[in-house]
Design a protein around this ligand. Structure first.
Ligand SMILES: Cc1ncc(COP(=O)(O)O)c(C=O)c1O
Length: 388
């Protein structure tokens, strides 16, 4: 399989995005979910062509082209038949979540999340007028899964919605069709709704199979809105384009009633890049997934060899690894120690919820050299490391 190689560190350090400006140059940034791969060629050339024609005005009507591009991508990648008229764009997935929830719940309603989970979920729910209700993932022998009983209890106690992370950040957990079908039954029984954040779906690894939530049952199609974007897989977060995806007349109508401005704020560059990525990005995406899978294996080897007290389970989607440092003597917030002593910036576990105490999230969307250097730096300062 062809691999897409990450850019060299010297070039990366000239980027002006958050990952490359948040810390001084002696820090290796392995935190925010930006990847170090070069832009896919079809995306870069679509953007170059837009610049050549000075196509930088207000976003116009694309007559459903983005919806058709997403539908074709979803069919090719996941066998999911999407009706293109159920796809609308906005700036980013966070806005899809906030606007979908705002339209679906009443102020003060409980919205269930499943920590440890993407930290902004704790803020997006109050932004939409809701109240965070936690139903943590349940540990299993093989990893983690949705705790359907806890979600059921939360809905029985009055919560009205579930904000699902599918696949789940930070564990790289790809929920099974059975688990999602079980969720749809529980939600349907309570007459509640789901917003399914599927931003990491295009980065599902080859040994897992992504299930779009809207496909698990008729009930799911009726009670859910999915959030999709090419931005995570193709590293386009700064270009601002994401999609509401619906699969029922009820939810299509909910999205249609949103203020027109929600869609009109989509960035024109974001939409151009998204269409190019979805239409012509498959080969690049397969190459990136292969590189991430190489890094996933490399990380397991490096940890086993150099930091054996750190526990982790290989992610099955995306480029984020969730490291359990609790038995390695790093304290409740190992990210602070990693930054101060090893000059490696990782995401702080406790930001993902109480369950994240003693954990960090490591971004492995980088070159094998950078990943090796990061683990070397951490291993050198690790409390468990043999004293020189
Ligand atoms: C699960 C999840 N949802 C949403 C986002 C943010 O997406 P956006 O930048 O489109 O708001 C991220 C970013 O990493 C994410 O991991």
């Amino acid at each position: 399989m062809h691999r897409v190689a990450a850019q060299r560190l010297e070039l990366l350090r000239t980027r002006t995005s958050e990952k490359w400006t948040a810390y001084p140059p002696d820090v290796l940034p392995m935190f925010v979910a930006e990847s170090d791969f070069p832009l896919a060629e079809p995306v870069a050339s679509a953007l170059h062509r837009a610049i050549e024609r000075s196509d930088t005005g207000y976003i116009g009507d694309d007559h459903g082209a983005t919806g058709r591009a997403f539908a074709a991508f979803a069919d090719r990648r996941w066998g999911w038949r999407v009706d293109p008229s159920g796809v609308r764009t906005t700036t980013d997935v966070s806005v899809v979540i906030v606007e979908a929830l705002r339209a679906l719940i009443a102020p003060g309603d409980g919205v269930v999340i499943t920590p440890p989970v993407y930290p902004p979920f704790f803020d997006l729910i109050p932004e939409a007028g809701g109240r965070v209700v936690e139903a943590p993932l349940a540990p299993t022998r093989g990893g983690h899964e949705l705790d359907l009983e806890a979600i059921d209890r939360a809905l029985t106690d009055g919560a009205r919605a579930v904000l699902l992370c599918n696949p789940h950040n930070p564990l790289g957990l790809v929920h099974s069709r059975d688990a999602l079908a079980g969720l749809s039954e529980v939600v349907d029984r309570h007459g509640a709704v789901v917003v399914s954040d599927e931003i990491h779906a295009p980065l599902t690894h080859t040994d897992a199979s992504f299930t779009p939530y809207l496909t698990v049952s008729d009930a799911a199609a009726r009670h859910a809105i999915a959030a999709h974007s090419a931005s995570k897989a193709f590293n386009l977060a700064g270009l601002k384009c994401a999609m509401f995806v619906t699969a029922s007349a009820r939810m299509t109508e909910v999205v249609r009633r949103l203020p027109a401005e929600v869609e009109e704020r989509t960035s024109i560059f974001g939409r151009i890049a998204t269409s190019a990525a979805l239409e012509r990005g498959d080969a690049w995406l397969d190459g990136v997934i292969a590189s991430i899978e190489d890094n996933r294996r490399l990380l397991a080897l490096l940890l086993e060899e150099r930091m054996p007290a750190v526990r982790h389970r290989e992610p099955k989607a995306s480029y984020l690894a969730w490291l359990d440092m609790r038995e390695a003597g790093w304290g409740d917030d190992p990210a602070t120690v990693a930054l101060e002593r090893a000059r490696v910036a990782v995401s702080s576990g406790p930001a993902f919820g109480r369950e994240g105490a003693g954990f960090v999230r490591l971004n492995i969307g980088c070159s094998p050299e950078v990943l090796t250097e990061a683990i070397d730096r951490l291993a050198r300062v690790a409390p468990e490391a043999p004293r020189a």
